[in-house]
Design a protein around this ligand. Structure first.
Ligand SMILES: [Zn+2]
Length: 347
């Protein structure tokens, strides 16, 4: 290629239509304030926001707890299958706009069950929007059932069995408040998932220490680490991640919003790449963290002065780290290479 991405304008133009893969996305974290208010009205659920401006202001939180408060309040408006369909459909529309060709989506069934919403309602709505996006726009996807680590682990085996009866689950994950909730609590359900041939991922090493990453690898036998940015504090762990080619799904905007790094300039994505780790960029909870995938890529690359070669590495890492078939990975790599070859920079 005979261009560079030093200009932010060229960078944004290049990224806009670049075929991309997203691997760390909580569907509940895509609930925009407009949809939140319209669903609250549909179900006559009182919200502490009288109008859209107040709802938008509430999305400007200043720490993890205030984020979780707004986030869980948001999930309380998701009641019927059509709500989950509309939520997912809106995100898939974003994928189309942002040229995301494959996405792997987390959902938190325990939260919805605690609101009295049955699992088939949640999964039915999400899955019909995913199927539609694949048929209409060719966007492939995988659905990952997340266990919330700050809830009890006892009911998770039954939950996984219920989900398998409904079908369409590619794997299991572990999310929510990390500190004080080490991965080993969920060893039994992850063991079951492995025995059933399901993929396994876990949030670790974002707020929590590198020990949690070790534990996710050793006791949960995960294939990817979500976040994992604190692995750099432990050289032996970095060696392990390199030797086993375990990918990291890094979410820069989220890390800054939740104060893992003071700003994007201080983010260690460049160090992760320089160490040879299989890092990827993702948006996590984009409605709450200030932007979707393209925004995360453009702002982070610009702040860290990453070049086009880094961007291509990030995208190839994401394709390889996905749970797609070998033929779909090949197809996505072809699309990526074709785009890079044919791209003409704007002047
Ligand atoms: Zn996450």
């Amino acid at each position: 290629m005979n261009y560079d991405l030093n200009s932010k304008k060229v960078l944004a133009d290049f990224v806009r239509d670049l075929p991309k893969v997203e691997l760390h996305l909580h569907i509940e974290g895509t609930l925009e304030p407009e949809l939140l208010l319209s669903l609250a009205e549909r179900h006559r659920i009182a919200m502490p926001y009288a109008n859209i401006e107040m709802a938008r202001a509430a999305y400007e939180f200043d720490d993890l707890q205030s984020f979780l408060n707004v986030y869980y309040l948001g999930t309380s408006v998701l009641r019927e299958e059509r709500d989950f369909y509309e939520l997912t459909q809106a995100y898939m529309q974003r994928c189309k706009q942002q040229h995301i060709i494959h996405t792997e989506i987390f959902f938190d069934p325990q939260t919805h069950l605690s609101h009295g919403v049955p699992l088939d309602v949640v999964m039915g709505g999400i899955q019909s929007a995913l199927r539609e996006a694949e048929l209409e726009w060719g966007i492939s996807s995988a659905l990952i059932l997340c266990f919330e680590r700050d809830r009890e682990a006892e009911s998770t085996v039954g939950l996984l069995e219920d989900a398998l009866r409904i079908g369409g689950i590619a794997g299991v994950g572990l999310d929510s408040a990390e500190l004080g909730n080490p991965p080993r609590k969920f060893q039994e359900v992850f063991k079951l998932a492995k025995s059933l041939g399901l993929h396994r991922v876990a949030h670790a090493g974002e707020e929590g220490p590198p020990d949690y990453i070790w534990e996710a690898l050793d006791t949960l036998e995960v294939e990817r680490i979500d976040h994992g940015v604190r692995c750099m504090e432990d050289p032996l762990l970095v060696q392990r991640l390199l030797a086993t080619k375990i990918p990291l799904t890094v979410c820069p905007f989220s890390n800054v919003e939740l104060k893992v790094f003071p700003d994007l300039h201080s983010h260690n994505l460049g160090d992760l790449l320089a160490a040879g780790l299989s890092a990827t960029i993702n948006s996590d909870d984009p409605a709450y963290f200030g932007g979707y995938l393209n925004d995360n890529i453009v702002e982070t690359m610009d702040c860290l002065s990453l070049g086009v070669e880094d961007l291509i590495v990030l995208q190839k890492n994401a394709i390889e780290a996905s749970f797609c078939s070998a033929s779909r990975k090949l197809e996505m790599n072809h699309l990526l290479e074709k785009y890079i070859k044919n791209y003409t920079p704007i002047s």
